[in-house]
Design a protein around this ligand. Structure first.
Ligand code: CA
Length: 411
């Protein structure tokens, strides 16, 4: 297991002259926003320079490499404006927001057409009777690896289209930070959710600590590429996911805790401290949604919010299932009983493979995809729990398959 300290982005070697940036999207406080953009970019570049280079293959943008990103789609009145940076140059497509889905063909970066439905999809966070589940976590901008893993396990086809029928893909948080293809990862999941719904399935994307960090302007783990993108598009990076953007609006509808077939899915985990604020799924998800992007000082002032964001005990930060003596079996059983769940599936704490704790009552699905080298999925069909590999093999998750009397009863 590893901690948040790993995988710091290294300094970007790509230099693009700001003078080529086109007109600003910003209105009203444009000057202020530009100043913030420059400040944030400077902080990010300075931070990455201080950390020096690392061996993370995903982080460095090599000198001479193409600078591609997008689209970022802004909603303004009845108009959608999609912006890309292609080979270092800003480009855009404008579409009316009508009764039908607006379609944006690929320019660069995200390789598929983006469809923006006229009305946003409602997000589910308590679902029963799902026939099969594919679970992954902590994608951290690793688009290519995520695509390969999804393809190897039959969730998407060779053209990245939904192929999982009535199944659900669950992504347990942390699409942002570290890697250089965050935008692509988000559009992939955004598009797959629409395709899945049409097939009777779904994509359940949960919020992790890096979604909240990014939206509140904590950019310590942001890839240096995005400082350049932010400059070129003349928007602070968090504002590229602002409330006037398609992805920003979508992210603000997402849950943090989901219960599917009686299993709890949450990025970090449910701690005894979380139980003490006596908050059900409905209230907790609403509180996270409504506080996304809030400054740290405001969070600390509020007793409920400070529990929801506490770095040690919050559902998006907790690591207690993986620390010796952090939690007893009795405490875990109490958490499961209080949450009405038969097990808890978490990301955030990085493993080499899908692993279990507490006789399979806890399953860890952050398989270090962030390193850009390897990863696994958890595949659940009925009572069968398996590891799905990058080679498409299905390997047993023995401690879960055996189960305990208590687990059998709770299913
Ligand atoms: Ca995390």
């Amino acid at each position: 297991m590893s901690t948040e300290k790993q995988g710091m982005p290294s300094s970007s070697a790509t230099h693009v002259d700001k003078a080529i940036a086109t007109r600003s999207w910003s209105s009203g406080s444009a000057g202020l926003r530009l100043a913030s953009a420059l400040l944030l970019s400077c902080i990010a570049l300075q931070a990455s320079a201080q950390k020096g280079r690392n061996n993370d293959p995903a982080a460095p943008l090599q000198e001479g490499a193409t600078m591609d990103d997008g689209p970022y789609i802004v909603v303004s009145g009845d108009t959608l404006t999609a912006k890309w940076i292609c080979d270092g140059m800003p480009t855009e497509i404008v579409r009316p927001l009508g009764q039908d889905a607006a379609r944006f063909p690929p320019r660069c970066a995200y390789p598929d057409e983006v469809q923006v439905p006229a009305s946003p999809l409602e997000q589910m966070f308590v679902v029963n009777g799902v026939e099969k589940l594919a679970v992954m976590s902590d994608l951290h901008g690793q688009f290519d690896l995520a695509v390969r893993l999804l393809q190897a396990n039959g969730v998407i086809d060779s053209e990245r289209r939904w192929a999982y029928g009535r199944g659900h893909l669950v992504v347990v948080g942390d699409c942002f930070d570290r890697g250089a293809h965050v935008t692509e990862v988000l559009w992939l999941l955004y598009n797959l959710q629409q395709q899945a719904r049409r097939a009777g399935g779904d994509v359940n994307l949960l919020l992790g600590n890096h979604e909240s960090m990014t939206l509140s302007g904590d950019l310590r783990y942001m890839h240096a590429k995005y400082a350049t993108v932010s400059n070129l598009l003349e928007r602070p990076y968090p504002m590229l996911y602002g409330e006037d953007t398609v992805l920003g609006r979508w992210i603000r509808t997402l849950p943090t805790i989901a219960k599917i077939n009686g299993m709890l899915f949450v990025h970090g985990g449910i701690s005894p401290e979380f139980l003490s604020i006596d908050m059900g799924l409905d209230k907790a998800n609403a509180a996270y949604r409504n506080s996304l992007g809030l400054e740290k000082a405001r969070v600390k002032e509020d007793p409920v919010l400070s529990t929801l964001y506490d770095g040690r005990t919050s559902p998006i930060w907790y690591r207690g299932y993986f620390r010796d003596d952090a939690l007893t079996r009795e405490q875990l059983d109490d958490i499961l009983a209080r949450m009405g769940a038969n097990r808890i599936i978490v990301g955030h704490t990085s493993m080499k493979r899908v692993e279990t704790r507490f006789d399979g009552k806890v399953i860890a699905v952050d398989t270090s995809i962030k390193n850009g080298e390897n990863g696994e999925m958890l595949l659940i069909e009925g009572q069968r729990f398996e590891r799905g590999t990058l080679q498409g093999a299905r390997l047993p998750l023995s401690s879960v398959a055996m189960g305990t009397r208590q687990e059998q009863r709770l299913r």
